[in-house]
Design a protein around this ligand. Sequence first.
Ligand code: PNW
Length: 460
Amino acid sequence: MSSTYPDNFTWGTATASYQIEGAFDTDGRGPSIWDTFSKTPGKVVNGDTGDMACDHYNRFEEDIAIMKDLGVSAYRFSIAWPRLFPHGDSVREERGFDFYNRLIDALIAAGIEPMVTLYHWDLPQALEDKGGWANRSIVDAFADYAQACAEAFGDRITTWITINEPWCVSWLGYSNGVHAPGKKDFKLAIAASHHTALAHAAASRAIRAVSTTAVVGLTVNMNNIHNESPNDQEVNDFVELNDANLNRWWIDALSTGVYPQKLIDTYGSRAEGLIHPGDQELLKVQTDFLGINYYCDGFVRSPRPEDKPAIEGGFMPFPQRVDGSAPAHLASDLTAMGWVVTPKGLGELVKRVHRDWPEIPYLVITENGSSYDDVMVNGEVVDTKRTAYLEAHLQSLQSAISDGAPVRGYFAWSLLDNFEWAEGYAKRFGIVHVDYTTLERTPKSSFKKYKEIIAANNAI
Ligand code: PNW
């Protein structure tokens, strides 16, 4: 039947180092910007930190057994840069390398392909002290780190993602300030946008120089942005600029070396001196695949003067509307994050990406998932809403693939309930429940549904 998922489709789950590992000072790990940020009062809900998280550092074998039971063919995890290079320089911490060697070997032994993200937000604090992603010297530092990872793990790792969500790194970290390092400076965010694009390209080349068979991509977070006030020129401009800022910046960079001109014009003098002669060639890079993280769509309208969009305050905080409200037909169905549920958007998005950047060989959904306030009853978590979210998104994706969208894999976010950044442990995204007192893992109903879909290779 042509309506199932393709043969060889990659089914997986995803996590990130700081969100699950814990063991923050074990085996010589250095401090990252998230250690600093989470320990700064007022930055994270309830003052939560990743010190213990899910203690995955000590329990990874149990977590791999859970994935084996789920039936996934791949696992996307991230490497904590400060475990390998505690001070962000060239001084290695071998115990950090040993940990990832053990993890990778155990995954392979379980028949699960390890897929690595090099940067999922835990920058060594020492590098932030030099300006972090806003300082161009980060590009060489990141390429050196990528090379070291390729040399250490490239005999067993084929698929590499350089940076997770450079938009969040740049705009949430340096303009909006809700993520580490918590800076609120529009110019720094523009600089970080450029340096993450350069760093992706430089790291891609560094990995390929070590391993000619490496498959390298970037993971971006994307949202379809719906224009609810198409007759309002100010809203039209805002939608176009947001789309350029969020959805186009990094993909245009890697495929053409050129950023959206209207956005560059809007940045104006705030981007002065940032883009050097020759950067176009540096930005453009062979892309084996694009990773897409999709949670929901965004909407823009202009019914009241106070809702009028404004670029100066930073770009539209994902998702929904500038004023935080949801369209009426979606408002009754928000996730615990307050995000709308728009499964059709996933199918629309992958078709759009294929239409606008046909040169990208294939796409992988590297994250998709939802947060709900789960309750454990008699040792069970019946997460009906998360199960419905998962099913609806997988149906939408399956239809888009039938329509020709070149999607080769899907990774559910997340394997485990974990440290949800500024929301701490208050928000749960896992298909496996984690009791933060006992650290006991309990698969939820959504886990069982996902297991069935994987086994059938079919969500419809
Ligand atoms: C992504 N936004 O984060 C991350 O890749 C994950 O680590 C995270 O746990 C997951 O999605 C759920 O939040 C995002 O506000 C966080 O634009 C915030 C935004 C986007 C992505």
